[in-house]
Design a protein around this ligand. Structure first.
Ligand code: FES
Ligand SMILES: [Fe+2]
Length: 373
């Protein structure tokens, strides 16, 4: 397992950015969800009547109990969430959404001010719970990942496929955005054009070609535009058989391990509001996309870390991409300096660039993403 330091990414162990931390459908008000990201444990739940998302440090300040990893205590069995508060399973101290202890059932004395845990703001978008992680404690400098068609009834949003924990540093996942040479061997594509563009917090891959997993031999050309909305969320627009978006979210768990989710949104074939048949077809298409992603995932699962890489001509802009990724591991003050050498469009040797029309559409989207920052 290689760490952030091994890759020489920067001063911070974990990157700044918006990160998916849970499938929103899995967060309820019956019990807190235990989650671990950025080397820390949290308890995530919804307020009982408010539905409000609350994320607290998992460990109780009284005696260190993990408040979301208990099923046998009567507090846990009877329902530890009361309104927006969470009760610890060990001695039943109760903490509000602000993290402050608001009841110690057996103690006649005042509640000590130190009886509190940290509470973290989280937001819901794309059916997921997102957390803004910033080692410097700053406010978000770009908008939470989004898809304009999210509320469009002619689009079907799939559930999240939980790929789970992989003992690879997120750098290995990010590398995929520049990896032009894997498309043929892994996905059976005959790549006809390929380019990357880096702008601010956004990295783009524009690609056109065949794809044996997603489209059968002799089918239409698959055109994809994969966009990193910051360091943790990749949204890929695909046109081929159907208009769709693939969402791949990955979040650091410990230094050198990553949690990964996959989902897909697809437009109904007639552009009318989705029916049950559309939803079934969408799930089938998501399974095909998942099979394509599993082809990448299997490699990551067993590979050795690529610290340097023996890159050759035609390999894609790996070094520039890794420099782009460094902006998230360094103080914001260094961001412009890091971006100076990487911003722009990069076409690998021997490849065709994306058609002008595609690049123009993409430019409009990029402008919107930058404005929202
Ligand atoms: S350890 Fe949490 S109430 Fe005692
Ligand atoms: Fe791939």
């Amino acid at each position: 397992m290689a760490t952030t330091k091994d890759y020489g990414l920067g001063e911070h162990t974990f990157p700044r950015g918006w990160f998916m931390i849970a499938d929103a459908a899995k967060v309820g008000s019956d019990k807190p969800l235990p989650i671990r990201f950025f080397g820390q444990d949290f308890a995530l739940y919804r307020g009982q009547h408010s539905g409000k998302l609350v994320m607290l440090d998992a460990h109780c300040p009284h005696m260190g109990t993990h408040m979301a990893r208990n099923s046998t205590s009567y507090v846990a069995q009877d329902g530890p969430i009361e309104g927006d508060s969470l009760r610890c399973p060990y001695h039943a101290w109760r903490f509000g959404a602000d993290g402050k202890c608001n009841e110690i059932p057996y103690s006649p004395g005042p509640i000590p001010p130190a009886a509190k845990v940290r509470s973290y703001p989280v937001v819901e978008s794309l059916g997921a719970v997102f957390f803004w992680h910033d080692p410097e404690g700053g406010e978000p400098d770009y908008r939470v990942p989004f898809i304009n068609e999210w509320n469009d009834p002619a689009w079907v949003a799939g559930a999240y496929d939980d790929l789970g924990l992989v003992n690879s540093h997120p750098q290995e996942v990010i590398d995929n955005i520049t990896d032009v040479a894997h498309f043929g061997p892994v996905h059976g594509s005959r790549t006809q054009f390929f380019e990357n563009e880096f702008r601010g917090h956004v990295a783009v891959q524009r690609m056109g070609g065949g794809h044996r997993t997603l489209i059968a031999e002799g089918g239409p050309m698959l055109i994809t535009e994969a966009v990193y909305h910051g360091p943790g969320v990749l949204i890929t627009r695909m046109s081929g058989l159907y208009d769709s978006y693939i969402i791949i979210a990955h979040t650091p768990v410990d230094d050198g391990s990553t949690y990964v989710w996959h989902s897909l949104m697809v437009r109904t074939s007639d552009g009318k509001p989705a029916t049950d048949a559309d939803r079934a077809a969408a799930r089938q298409y998501q399974d095909v996309a998942l099979a394509a992603f599993a082809q990448d995932f299997e490699v990551w699962k067993y590979k050795k870390p690529c610290i340097q890489g023996l890159f050759v001509q035609g390999d894609g802009a790996f070094r520039l991409q890794r420099n782009w990724y460094k902006q998230f591991y360094n103080p914001r003050a260094k961001k412009q300096e890091l971006l100076q050498t990487v911003e722009g469009v990069h076409v690998p040797r021997g490849m065709q660039p994306a058609p002008d029309t595609m690049r123009a559409e993409s430019a409009a989207q990029l402008r919107r993403m930058m404005q929202a920052a």
